[in-house]
Design a protein around this ligand. Sequence first.
Ligand SMILES: CC(C)(COP(=O)(O)OP(=O)(O)OC[C@H]1O[C@@H](n2cnc3c(N)ncnc32)[C@H](O)[C@@H]1OP(=O)(O)O)[C@@H](O)C(=O)NCCC(=O)NCCS
Length: 339
Amino acid sequence: MYVPQHVVTNNDLIKYMDTTDAWIRERTGITERRYAHRTEETTTTMGIEAAKIAIKNAGITPQDIDFVIFATLSPDYYFPGCGVLVQRTMKMKEIGALDVRNQCSGFVYAISVGDQFIKSGMYKNILVIGSEKHSFGLDFSTRGRNISVIFGDGSGAVVLQPTTNENQGILSTHLHSDGESAEILAMYNPGTHANHWMPEKLADFNEAEMGEMFMSHEMIDKGQNFPHMDGQSVFKKAVIKIPEAIMESLAANNYKPSDINMLITHQANLRISQYVQHQLGLRDDQVYNNIQRYGNTTAASIPLALCEAWQDGKVKEGDLVCLAAFGSGFTWAAALLKW
Ligand SMILES: CC(C)(COP(=O)(O)OP(=O)(O)OC[C@H]1O[C@@H](n2cnc3c(N)ncnc32)[C@H](O)[C@@H]1OP(=O)(O)O)[C@@H](O)C(=O)NCCC(=O)NCCS
């Protein structure tokens, strides 16, 4: 894992918007988050810092990596993706590089893709990165406070490799989506939607045949270049779909909730994670949360929490580890691992 040095407390945010430490703590559990250096760090450079550690811990070099999967919603460029920037910077061979755009479920989707390539025998060393530089794209005025206080920057990475040990590794992954609520948690612009999916017209689109429409001055003036979220709808769906995905992963492998040694849910909101823990009847030592210190780091949140839990000795060889996520799309997913 890698997180930027700069710590931003709830009280620091009061300088920019009408909010309070108490509101943020009570609703989300967050006390502080990290923000990347404005100009010296990007989503990719942070991902590379985490990748260097993962590759070193795996006992290999960047030249041994066969495939890169990069999950993020805050890429350095709209295109190309961050994967190729990793390949270039880490001087990897001319391997495949794939970016995954599944937001908060991005990391679980990414390891699921990697798992299929490993199990098919196509690749032996897959680098999976989840990284976000949210601080560069949030509305820090009071208008954006329901979103801006939640998100933070950071990155995490893993190297996936085949194992001959039958009772070890990724047992199964389970991916889901329901696009009915795609606009509930979304960043509409820049995009090509031209109001197509919107019940109400957002910005005006120029009917002229030619002209820039990806991002107009009007969109920027109306703050439509920032993410949009109906927090309560997200909350209600998340607390149903995360337990569902966990139960699905357990049932697929003949386990029950009490068998879980460590559950790591996407760190969206401490209240969501606690609700899921309660619903599954798990003890405190069966779950790990660090949203209090990092906020919601989207694609990075699961590897950040997994890394800290592992470093703290809370994830040990042979443990049954469940990863579960929910986010924009909506998409949700779970992975069951034998560590
Ligand atoms: C975002 C979230 C914390 C908001 O909590 P909530 O109880 O739903 O709050 P609401 O949005 O209904 O807003 C309640 C009030 O707080 C205000 N408010 C919103 N953000 C605020 C902030 N940062 N500080 C102070 N007040 C705030 C609202 O303006 C509203 O005021 P009003 O009652 O005067 O209109 C909560 O909905 C949530 O966590 N949802 C899940 C979001 C999530 O996990 N997103 C990541 C996706 S994976």
